[in-house]
Design a protein around this ligand. Structure first.
Ligand code: SAH
Length: 347
């Protein structure tokens, strides 16, 4: 297999046939791997230059009604120390973020039914009122279309909801039977129809994940036309059914970041905290493989350790300002620059 030729075709056309994609996902030597990253960087720099967009992540509640087998804040994890931030706390985090130069905040939580649609809308409106130039991203799970519409009307513009895996059988291996990929995909099309910038994504190396599943995800994401794609390694959490499973690898994640960039040139693609957790320089390497977004934490220090989706999650002891400075330094160290910008999708 001439990998360089396959990569060149993908680079020039954003298209790849299944046989070539399977080959690309199977094995590759270090030289071809370096070529893949180089091409992915080239595409990224053509569109976004050396800019790195910041998303300030506010993890406002770790209560969750769901029982995803991989997730540390699943309902049945009775060891999780639960918390909820108040309206005032959340707005305070957003204000702090604004002062540091964040122009996007991501409000993320478990599927916590104690916040009504009105609560979410009030939050969005309150942040927007104080900072009209901030983009608000929600990441609060599956909702009715009417709810998504309300949040949008209140001023939320982006929504993150990873499909986790597009394959129904594999989805069933990661989730209890109340959850289905069909419903997830319904939510994703509802969000798109309403007019959100929509983010999908997967975990890399989840139990039972096969090359075929990853191929299905890559084609699904390209067909859907996501504005944002978040991927990171699966990392086991000690108090979940997957406690003894193996984590996804750094190399597999970097490899996929590069392929996703080539298949979706304009996509907003974060080098995730999970990537930074499995390797101290994971996020830098993610940027060098074609990512263009990082998501430092803005949650109050007191709750950081409680939003434990997986074991060993980094940045749980730092203040928002430290996280911000640390990220600036990390990006400068590889020749990229964190910018004060909403970081919208460029068409
Ligand atoms: N309740 C929201 C937010 C979920 S947390 C929602 O459903 O969208 C955000 C992401 O963290 C999830 O989509 C999942 O892909 C990731 N995640 C959860 N547990 C993880 C683990 N053990 N390892 C790596 N990533 C994990």
């Amino acid at each position: 297999m001439n990998y360089k030729q396959v990569i060149d075709t993908l680079y020039e056309t954003t298209k790849i046939v299944p046989d070539d994609l399977r080959a690309l996902l199977t094995s590759m030597d270090a030289e071809d791997e370096a070529y893949l990253y180089e091409k992915a960087r080239d595409v990224r720099e053509r569109i976004y230059g050396k800019d790195v967009y910041l998303r300030g992540l506010i993890e406002f509640s770790n209560y969750c009604k769901n029982n995803c087998y991989y997730c540390g804040i699943r309902a049945d994890n009775h060891k999780a120390d639960r918390y909820r931030l108040s309206h005032e706390d959340i707005v305070h985090c957003a204000n702090q973020g604004y002062a540091l130069g964040f122009r996007t905040v991501v409000l993320q939580s478990g599927e916590d039914l104690s916040y009504t649609d009105e609560d979410i809308c009030d939050l969005v409106r309150a942040i927007k009122r104080q900072h009209p130039d901030v983009a608000i991203t929600l990441s609060i799970g599956e909702k009715e279309k009417e709810s998504y519409q309300k949040y949008f009307n209140a001023g939320a513009e982006r929504y993150l909801l990873r499909q986790e895996t597009s394959n129904p059988k594999h989805y069933g291996m990661l989730h209890p039977k109340e959850l289905s990929i069909a419903h997830r995909k319904q939510c994703l099309s509802d969000l798109k129809e309403i007019g959100y910038q929509v983010g999908g994504g997967i975990m890399v190396g989840t139990p039972g994940q096969k090359v075929e599943h990853v191929m299905e995800d890559l084609y699904y994401m390209q067909d859907f036309g996501f504005h944002m794609i978040g991927i990171g390694p699966f990392i086991p959490h000690q108090d979940t059914p997957f406690r003894d499973e193996k984590a996804g690898t750094l190399l597999d994640t970097l490899h996929l970041i590069a392929i996703i960039r080539l298949m979706n040139p304009h996509v907003l693609l974060p080098a995730t905290t999970a990537l930074g957790t499995i390797d101290p320089r994971g996020r830098e390497m993610g940027i060098l493989a074609g990512a263009n977004v990082v998501m430092p934490n803005l949650s109050p220090r007191g709750v950081r350790k409680k939003y434990m989706l997986y074991d060993g999650k980094i940045c749980t002891g730092d203040e928002a300002a430290e996280c911000h400075r640390c990220m600036e330094r990390r990006m400068e160290s590889i020749g990229y620059h964190v910018v004060v910008d909403r970081g919208d999708y460029k068409n």
